[in-house]
Design a binder for this molecule. Structure first.
Ligand code: 13P
Length: 248
């Protein structure tokens, strides 16, 4: 049995004080369950406070939303993979649509970030997804396959088996318009076949993200090939996040 992953991407929301308050309220409601994994991606500045507020809860996992492709040096404003690891992160989002389309992150950079993450013991959650016009022109498969192949192009042998992938159609992010379970299953099938072609020897988890909420989480999670959910807006309030992680 696979253990579904429920990942909260807080984006640029919740500083240390809010993160602390969130964790206290959420953990008062959410008791550890061995049939699911819950992981938070707070802003890097709030990671320590969130972890502190969850002290003693070994069931909760932690990540950061971004790292530099370089290990250290004169890169003002950036955080490195070793720093993220040292701060208690086990995972990192790579190539999130906002990094790609707001900050201009390239396929080449996602390759470097995935490689440097593995080199320092962080699991990259590589995010792929097509924009609305790409979907409408029938380019969904080509786009997500290009992003996947590029993202893993610099991995060491064996790393692919420890990757996590997330399919987040750009048109579904923050729009209230989620992919249907069938839409998600179709793209997950293509990605899974490609992971095998690239040499994966295990079932690499593929999360779905994009307007997931308490009302649609169970159906999306039940879709074929969906191994978990990556959630933005509905992860920001303890109550709505509790409802999402209770789904399925
Ligand atoms: P929403 O859940 O707000 O659509 O955001 C999805 C997302 O980008 C998670 O990484």
């Amino acid at each position: 049995m696979r253990t579904p992953i429920f990942a909260a991407n807080w984006k640029m929301n919740h500083g240390p004080s809010e993160a602390r308050a969130f964790m206290q309220r959420f953990l008062a409601e959410y008791a550890a369950r061995d049939d699911r994994t819950v992981v938070f991606f707070p802003p890097a500045l709030a990671l320590a406070a969130a972890r502190e507020a969850a002290a003693g809860r070994a069931d909760i996992q932690w990540g950061v939303q971004n790292i530099a492709a370089e290990e250290k040096g004169a890169f003002t404003g950036e955080n490195s993979a070793p720093m993220a690891r040292d701060a208690g992160a086990a995972a990192v989002l790579v190539g999130h649509s906002e990094r790609r389309h707001v900050f201009g992150e390239t396929d080449e950079q996602t390759a470097g970030k995935c490689a440097v993450a593995f080199a320092h013991g962080l699991i990259p959650v590589l995010c792929v997804g097509e924009k609305l016009d790409e979907r409408e022109h029938g380019h969904t498969e080509a786009v997500v396959l290009r992003q996947l192949r590029a993202g893993v192009s610099r991995l060491a042998p064996g790393d692919l088996d420890r990757l996590v992938l997330a399919y987040e159609p750009v048109w579904a992010i923050g729009t209230g318009r989620n992919a249907t379970p069938d839409d998600a299953a179709a793209v997950h099938r293509v990605l899974r076949a490609e992971l095998q072609a690239l040499g994966a020897t295990v079932r690499v988890p593929i999360l779905y993200g994009g307007s997931v909420n308490a009302g649609n989480a169970a159906a999306l999670l039940a879709a074929e090939g969906v191994d978990g959910l990556l959630v933005g807006g509905a992860s920001l309030a303890p109550e709505s996040w509790h409802a999402v992680v209770s789904a399925g």
